[in-house]
Design a protein. Structure first.
Length: 330
């Protein structure tokens, strides 16, 4: 990884594993985060949060004597908390539905499964801060707490995470105005309600997909498993299942060593995550249709680089399974 331009962000890391503490600190420092403070548990995190203002916290879920759930509730509800609406990302080794639901109910903005790739963590930090920055502009989060308004200099400026974007940068879609699964306004746009199991499955499947993209295995089994999970999670939702179908075509027809393959996978993941946070209205569906057409066109272009007859894939459809003619299906 190449060190990026420095960022003024100040991040608190709470984890009882000193090796993981060090790894996260090195990871974020290498990507350009300006100040990184580490503590060993929720009690030490409380003490730090009573003294200082942070832009974001990354916390473990299972810690003693104060765990992630208790810590997050204290931040959100205690009069001693200097910034009740601080963005919070939970890291957990047990990212099942029950744990993810509990984290969101406690007030977490996002949940990631351990071990988390550096690029995935950077993208998620970018996402929750972008969401919070939009809330600040709209008057939803003025950073005020019992200690008074948060100083302007302590807030993440526009583009504060430009220094920790993945190599080549990532195109950002406009943030949706209202989540499909509407939750509290200070949560991540892509955060589903805890009583929506289909959305929970979708977000967990997206996490697995991004992990498989960031850390590909030689035979692609992790990618195929994530794809299967996505197919189940998006069943019955036309736009999302169309994006997953395009992703499936990409995985099936495009050679992994073709230039642009990983970018295409990431584009599909980004489109699904955006769609999960959209309001489902006519405007959002119009954008989704444009995304689907663009993704399909990209897959067609990539596949055609290695297969001269791929141009027979009908517009708006999917190619036949490997071994059959794209023109006749035989």
């Amino acid at each position: 990884m190449t060190k990026r331009l420095p960022s003024p962000l100040k991040i608190l890391i709470a984890d009882d594993n000193p090796l993981l503490q060090r790894a996260l600190k090195d990871m974020l420092g290498l990507w350009g985060v300006g100040q990184i403070i580490t503590v060993a548990n929720g009690q030490e995190a409380k003490e730090a949060l009573r003294r200082e203002l942070f832009d974001l916290m990354v916390t473990d879920w299972v810690m003693e004597p104060v765990g992630g759930a208790q810590l997050i509730r204290w931040i959100r509800q205690s009069p001693e908390s200097l910034r009740p609406k601080m963005p919070i990302i939970v890291l957990t080794a047990n990212a099942d539905l029950a744990t993810v639901r509990s984290a969101w109910d406690a007030g977490a903005d996002s949940v990631l499964a351990k071990p988390v790739p550096a690029a995935t963590l950077a993208r998620r930090i970018d996402a929750v801060l972008t969401r919070r920055e939009a809330a600040v502009r709209g008057g939803g989060d003025d950073g005020a707490g019992p200690a008074g308004p948060r100083p302007e200099s302590a807030r993440p400026p526009s583009g504060a995470l430009s220094g920790i974007s993945p190599p080549g940068g990532t195109a950002r879609l406009p943030p949706p105005t209202l989540p499909l699964a509407a939750g509290p306004p200070d949560r991540d746009a892509a955060t589903p309600r805890s009583d929506d199991p289909q959305r929970l499955r979708l977000m967990l499947a997206l996490d697995r997909l991004e992990a498989a993209i960031d850390r590909p295995d030689p035979i692609g089994s992790r990618l195929r498993h994530a794809l299967s999970d996505l197919q189940v999670a998006t069943a019955g939702e036309s736009a999302a299942s169309s994006i997953v179908a395009s992703l499936s075509t990409c995985v099936t027809w495009v050679e992994p060593d073709v230039e642009g393959y990983a970018d295409a996978l990431q584009a599909h993941a980004a489109a699904l995550r955006w769609l999960a946070g959209s309001d489902g209205g006519a405007q959002a569906m119009a954008v989704a249709l444009c995304l689907i057409r663009t993704l399909r066109a990209s897959v067609r272009t990539l596949a055609a680089r290695g297969q001269g007859d791929f141009g027979g894939w009908p517009e708006g459809g999917n190619p036949p399974p490997p071994g059959k003619s794209p023109l006749t299906g035989r």
